[in-house]
Every structure is written in structure tokens, then in C-alpha cells.
Design a protein around this ligand. Sequence first.
Ligand SMILES: [Zn+2]
Ligand SMILES: [Zn+2]
Ligand SMILES: [Zn+2]
Length: 165
Amino acid sequence: MEYDRCKNCDGEVTADSDFCPHCGVLFKGIGTLRCDTHAQRISAGVCVICRKVVCIECSKVVHGRTLCLDHKKIEIQQDWALAFQSTEIGDSELVKAVLESEGFHIQVQNFNSVGFVWDGGGDSPISRSNISKPAKVFVPIPEYLEAIDVIEDWNTSKTTEEAEH
Ligand SMILES: [Zn+2]
Ligand SMILES: [Zn+2]
Ligand SMILES: [Zn+2]
């Protein structure tokens, strides 16, 4: 596989890429490729989250990255997208464990709080709700949509379990 550098963001891309997966800039079809929503409009780029081809009206560039209107609010740091956050670190710890067991790559933020005791059992981690900084779980941008599905499934099964008690 041959690699190249994106001229827009300097991210590493395969030489035959049609667009940059890091920033959403088009390499091919510039000026001819159409927006997925507006067949009349020339595309401005590709949403880095869902890979939808978007025109200027259907997209927002956030920190140099193209995002569609559905995904423009997702917090992104470097090549990582925020999949889950909670001021209850126990919740974030559980989501992290769920995603890890499904083979996702994880980065976390604000996890090393002072005074937090993790008993490892998963039953009743001591809440740190008085600390307002949310514990954040990030996944690589290409894994984001799948990670969100996994979290949703986990949430649903959790809610069902709780209802049965
Ligand atoms: Zn790029
Ligand atoms: Zn999108
Ligand atoms: Zn459009």
C-alpha cells in the first residue's frame, strides 16, 4: 500500500484515496462530484464521521474538518471522536469496558480523579458526581458510528435489566 500526505491537514492517506479520512477534503471529483442531498450542487467535501458527500450548505468545517449537519456537534480531538461522557465516572468506566470488550480503541479524559475508588467489580463504583468535569470516552473517528450503536444497545439492555429488578 502506498501512502501520501493530505495537502489540507497533512494526515496520512492511502495514495488511491478519493478523500481524506482525517479532514474530509476531496482528492478526486473536485468540481464534478455532487452533494448526496442536493443533486444540483457541487460537493464541498466528505463528512469524516459518516462519509456522506456534502455541499457547503450541508456541511460545517470545524477545526479544519468537514462534518455533515448531523455530526457537526460531535467533539473531536485529533483523530478521536467523543462517544460518551458523564460526570458519573462509574458510567464512563462501564462504557469504556463495554467498548473495549467489543474491540474498540479507546482514549479517555478526566478519568484519573482524586478520591475515586474503583472496586473492579462494577457493582457500585463510588460516585463522583460532585466533580463537574465529565469523564470522556473517545474512539477513533472511523469507529464512531459503530461505537454509538454499541453504547445504545448496552444502554437498552441495561435499562431492561433494571426494569426486571
Ligand atoms: Zn486531510
Ligand atoms: Zn456525517
Ligand atoms: Zn447539500
